[in-house]
Ligand binder design. Structure first.
Ligand SMILES: CCCCC/C=C\C/C=C\C/C=C/C(=O)SCCNC(=O)CCNC(=O)[C@H](O)C(C)(C)COP(=O)(O)OP(=O)(O)OC[C@H]1O[C@@H](n2cnc3c(N)ncnc32)[C@H](O)[C@@H]1OP(=O)(O)O
Length: 288
């Protein structure tokens, strides 16, 4: 695993192997995250739950806790990324929703909603530097951010239907808001995963990068667009655009969680997940 760390400077982002002037966020001791801040108070949050950053409750809780920190310390922007040059995030940890107790499935999903509320509703600008595949919950994490830059030749999308269950309605709305009704319906009903260039074409991502370094340069470029915009005005506009969905999820969090748990606990859905996992294992076996 690479031990690269990232330095952001006023002029751009540099990939470096040194931590000389970086400030590590001290308020949290994280197992699955690295959080660095530069002198401009921009945070780089790197998910590092090997091998594929699957979102278990622990990782989700850490993301949620970092977001609280970033609000409290009035961070001026955030780049969300992955330690891996192959996978940004593989979605919810399938093993937490397969053959698990309803309470465990509920906790995992409810924590994802908490992350949604904090990340989608953050007062600071957010950008995802998607350095690898981003299926299902991985795509969802990217969608919670304001802007997505994706490294070429990977796949992204909401493939939940392939696992035998549907994406919950707030996520359908988010997808519609991002790529339009027609594209969203076609993509969601077939559980489509887009290549990076297809994702750019439909607007699921905003820019393509040739590699991680370029993804960071572009992420930094996005954040610098706001240097001359009064943060208060920017945030009012952001909140007004996002209010309806935020209120819906905040008010109905329990209802959405119960719906997700009931759906995932269905025998047919558990069977589909089992078949999907077999498929994933066979794909790996055949690749060797
Ligand atoms: C607005 C409010 C919104 C509220 C709701 C929001 C969202 C909810 C919406 C839906 C719920 C979300 C559901 C999900 O996310 S379910 C997860 C779906 N994920 C996938 O389908 C991805 C499956 N994985 C892959 O396709 C591939 O693994 C990969 C990510 C492309 C990587 O491929 P690669 O070849 O690099 O690795 P391997 O396939 O060999 O995998 C390595 C290792 O990791 C295990 N693994 C992979 N993915 C997961 C996962 N999601 N959870 C747990 N474990 C995973 C895999 O089994 C291998 O393990 P092994 O032990 O065999 O080494």
């Amino acid at each position: 695993m690479s031990s690269y760390v990232y330095k952001t400077t006023r002029r751009g982002v540099l990939l470096a192997k040194t931590v000389s002037y970086q400030v590590r966020l001290c308020s949290g001791n994280f197992r699955h995250l690295e959080v660095l801040k530069d002198e401009n108070n921009v945070a780089i949050v790197t998910m590092k739950r090997a091998p594929v950053n699957s979102l278990n409750t622990e990782l989700l809780t850490e993301i949620s806790s970092v977001l609280t920190d970033l609000e409290e310390t009035k961070c001026s922007g955030m780049i969300l990324t992955s330690f891996s040059d192959k996978v940004f995030c593989s979605g919810l940890d399938i093993y937490e929703i397969f053959k698990s107790k309803p309470s465990a499935i509920g906790t995992s999903f409810s924590t994802l909603l908490e992350v949604f509320i904090k990340l989608y509703g953050s007062t600071f600008p957010t950008v995802a530097a998607i350095t690898g595949h981003a299926p299902a919950g991985g795509c969802v994490l990217g969608l919670f951010c304001e802007y997505r830059i994706m490294v070429q030749n990977f796949k992204i999308g909401l493939n939940e239907d392939q696992l035998g269950f549907n994406a919950p309605s707030p996520i359908v709305k988010l997808m519609i808001n991002t790529i339009g009704h027609r594209n969203a319906e076609l993509a969601l009903t077939s559980g489509r995963l887009f290549t990076t260039s297809q994702a750019l074409q439909v607007g699921l991502v905003d820019e393509i990068a040739k590699d991680r370094t370029e993804a960071f340069e572009k992420a930094d470029g996005f954040l610098r667009r706001f240097e001359m915009i009064p943060p208060l005005a920017r945030n009012f506009t952001k909140q007004s655009m996002r209010r309806a969905l935020l209120q819906d999820v905040t008010i109905n969090r329990e209802k959405y969680t119960e719906g997700f748990v009931s759906m995932i606990s269905l025998h047919e859905v558990q069977q589909s997940i089992a078949a999907y996992l077999d498929n994933l294992k066979n794909k790996k076996r055949n690749a060797h």
